[in-house]
Design a protein around this ligand. Structure first.
Ligand code: GLN
Ligand code: ZN
Length: 761
């Protein structure tokens, strides 16, 4: 009977690591105190898994910041600007790479596959002198061993490490990251040797990149790397773990042909084709680590269904060769359901967070060897039955409305150029109109008012007045600055998804369901458990209040359906696109109410549209089709004269530009200032683009105030590729994380730059 966990959340059930890190960074606690919190967390995780009965318990899945950065440290690949001179990599160098310091900025951070976790991107070039610098994997292994636990150290494998890297600045274009494989494999050998010497019997190599559409050279690099490593694999069992999708068939063949490897791990939740591949062949002497418990979601496993799959697998690979596992690291789910004191009891019975998933994995492993815990399986079946039949899940009207959507394209009737002309007649905006993305600084005072209102410490009347006062301040400021299209500033919103989720039916909220996003930062995604509907208007009061304070156009401000979906834990009992259509219908009601209330410009943010893009190319067209369709559903019913804006938080969309055009918004504002050329290059290539576009003219992530000249220069560059009749002038994103002392001068310069450019047209 064997069970295995791919990896575990490190932040702690109540974000203990977050608070310890932040207190250390602020100089309020010592390195020793931070290390103690970390050691306590590791201990409690290992102990829990051991007590449950997990056989293969992971170690080295803890990290002070990020496990890719830990691998960079392991390989001694610290970029020279951090001043590391060999020897141990201390907190100072480590956290400087992660967060920057007074004199050097941080390394780049980017998304980990299609999750909301962000890793620190290794910067590599031909001159990097790799060395075995951080022995963390061995230290953690020994630490667990001293506690009486034999764990499986987890390493990011060499192929994935290189594919997650980028060439360092200034490196010749002909340089290939994959060529470094020869240099890093010897370090991996040293790590394996040291782990073996310390007593490790299994080592796990995570190679999630294997699920991507690999080119021949990449796959060859993988095979070469592991053939080269093989000599060090004698005397220890090697597991190669894949996750987030199934591996393409060619890769599957190459992977399972590796000789000195003891087992292979597959994601059987997202990897729907894996079962067929296994049927077509699996080496008889290897272990199959079967990821049947979903590491990306918070739903209780359907134990009966999983058991059936596991029995089929046993039939294919042999009875003693199946190891029950999670689909991927549990890093991407919430930590422990025990701390959810406010969740409705019935909904709670449908859920399993990381701690509960560990129990599920073990229960399945025991059931496979005839030690089925009948009571546990029975209560699981009961909760699934309750979820299937619960009236709070199903709303017939919503289901019918979604069915009725089928077979129609849901497009606005007129072309974008005709609409823009009609809108301009009504709005009468200057050329190069200025606007902002929505939020204004969220001061401590504002947060306090919201908190107190939520805790019922202040009355609704006082709350509404405080918000109105804030809105009026923001409106006045924008008028003084001379901005053309105003926003109300979003003072009433804590978070752009939570704010809407709280007002829609079908959503539930946790108190401690945190998931690490990067470093010490966590998000608490809402749970979509039922059909989504909108009982009443959500933003109309605030937007019309704001509009009543000014004669300039006030933008209504909504979050789009795809973003709400991608930033939530989504129900797994119906297709994602169906849930997305339901949200789209709810947002459509809001759009139409805003229009009726006299709001002529409505922005529907799709900050996270690209995030949901499937990893495999073959699955991308379908996603883009329903995602774009969902967006269009929200606004296909408005008048020509109502201007629909959308906003996106990334510039890297050259590959999905057609989908973006297909969204058919009147104006799109996009993050851009950190990657000018990349974005504008799309338009060099002659893409036919007729809608309004506002590529951010300055970076709101930085406190730096851009000068008027610099901004004018940026605008000039944009005008070289974009028609001056379509260009909008705005910052990169919302201003909520900035201070007024930064926002005021920055916007003042932005307006000045726009005015200056107008005189030159
Ligand atoms: N309207 C939102 C804001 O300004 C958009 C945030 C975002 O794109 N992430 O805060
Ligand atoms: Zn944004």
């Amino acid at each position: 009977m064997t069970s295995h966990i791919v990896g575990y959340p490190r932040i702690g059930p109540k974000r203990e690591l977050k608070f310890a890190l932040e207190s250390f960074w602020e100089g309020k606690s010592s390195a020793e105190e931070l290390k103690q919190v970390a050691a306590d967390l590791r201990f409690s995780i290992w102990k829990q898994m051991a007590e449950v009965g997990i056989k293969y318990i992971p170690s080295n899945t803890f990290s002070y910041y990020d496990h890719v950065l830990d691998t960079t440290a392991m390989l001694g690949a610290v970029p020279p600007r951090y001043g590391w001179n060999g020897g141990e990599i201390g907190f100072d160098v480590y956290f400087s790479m992660a967060r920057g310091n007074a004199s050097v900025p941080a390394m780049e951070m980017t998304k980990w596959f299609d999750t909301n976790y962000h890793y620190i991107v290794p910067e590599l070039g031909p001159d990097v002198k790799f060395s075995y610098a951080s022995h963390k994997a061995v230290e953690e292994y020994k630490e667990a061993k001293a506690l009486g636990l034999d764990t499986v150290p987890v390493l990011i494998g060499p192929l994935s490490y290189l594919l997650l890297s980028k060439p360092a600045k200034g490196v010749d274009k002909s340089f290939s990251l994959l060529s470094l494989v020869e240099k890093i494999v010897p370090i991996y050998k040293e790590v394996v040797a040291e782990l073996k010497a310390a007593g490790a019997t299994w080592i796990q190599f995570d190679e999630p990149s294997l699920v991507l559409d690999l080119e021949a050279l990449q796959l060859q690099t993988f095979t070469n790397a592991y053939s080269e490593l093989e000599s060090s694999f004698s005397g220890v069992n090697i597991l190669i773990e894949t996750y987030f999708a199934d591996v393409p068939i060619q890769t599957y063949k190459a992977l399972t042909s590796l000789k000195n490897v003891a087992g292979f791990g597959f994601d059987l939740v997202r990897g729907t084709r894996t079962l067929n591949f296994l049927k077509s062949g699996f080496p008889s002497d290897k272990y199959l680590f079967a990821g049947v418990v979903d590491g990306r979601n918070i739903w209780a496993n359907d134990l009966a269904a999983s058991l059936c799959i596991l029995q089929v697998l046993e039939g294919i690979v042999g009875k003693d060769k199946v190891v029950v596992s999670t689909s991927c690291s549990l890093l991407h789910t919430a930590v422990d359901l025990v701390n959810e004191t406010k969740l409705d009891k019935e909904i709670k019975s449908w859920l399993a967070f990381a701690a509960q998933k560990v129990v599920e994995v073990n229960a399945l492993a025991r059931a496979l060897v005839g030690q089925k815990d009948q009571a546990f399986f029975a209560s699981n079946a009961t909760s699934h039955a309750s979820r299937r039949s619960s009236p709070r899940v199903r709303n017939e009207n919503v289901q019918r409305a979604v069915v009725a959507l089928k077979d129609s394209d849901h497009r606005r009737a007129t072309s974008v150029s005709a609409r823009l002309a009609a809108q301009q007649k009504k709005l009468n905006l200057p050329i190069l109109p200025t606007t902002t993305i929505g939020s204004f600084p969220q001061t401590i005072g504002l947060r306090k008012v919201r908190r107190e209102y939520k805790a019922k410490k202040i009355s609704e009347y006082d709350y509404v007045n405080a918000m109105k006062e804030e809105i009026s301040k923001v409106v006045k400021l924008q008028e003084e600055l001379g901005i053309d299209v105003l926003v109300h500033g979003e003072p009433e919103r804590n978070d752009m998804v939570e704010y809407f989720g709280e007002q829609l039916s079908g959503f539930a909220f946790t108190v401690n369901g945190w998931v690490q996003s990067y470093g010490s930062r966590c998000v608490k995604p809402p749970i979509i458990y039922g059909d989504v509907s909108r009982p009443r208007a959500m933003t109309v009061f605030w937007s019309s209040t704001a509009q009543s304070m000014t004669r300039r156009p006030m933008k209504g401000m909504l979050t789009g359906p795809v973003t709400i979906l991608n930033w939530s834990f989504v129900r797994n009992d119906q297709n994602r696109h169906e849930t997305c259509y339901q949200i789209a219908l709810a947002i459509r009601d809001e759009v139409e109410d805003l229009e009726r209330a006299g709001i002529n410009i409505i922005q529907i943010d799709e900050a996270a549209l690209r995030e949901g893009l499937p990893l495999r190319k073959s699955e991308q067209p379908f996603y883009l089709e329903w995602a774009v369709q969902s967006f269009r559903i929200t606004n296909c019913g408005v008048k020509n004269t109502t201007q629909i804006h959308t906003h996106m938080c990334y510039s890297n969309f050259n590959d999905i530009i057609n989908a973006i055009i297909n969204m058919d918004a009147d104006v799109i504002t996009i993050e851009n200032s950190r990657s000018d050329e990349k974005l504008l290059s799309v338009f060099h290539e002659g893409v036919k683009y007729e809608a309004g576009i506002g590529p951010g003219v300055y970076d709101i992530h930085s406190p730096r105030i851009p000068s008027t000249e610099e901004l004018a220069d940026r605008i000039n560059k944009m005008l070289a590729v974009l028609d001056n009749r379509v260009l909008w002038i705005n910052p990169d994103c919302g201003l909520k994380t900035r201070k007024y002392s930064e926002v005021e001068p920055a916007l003042c310069n932005m307006v000045a730059a726009a005015k200056l450019m107008r005189t030159q047209l």
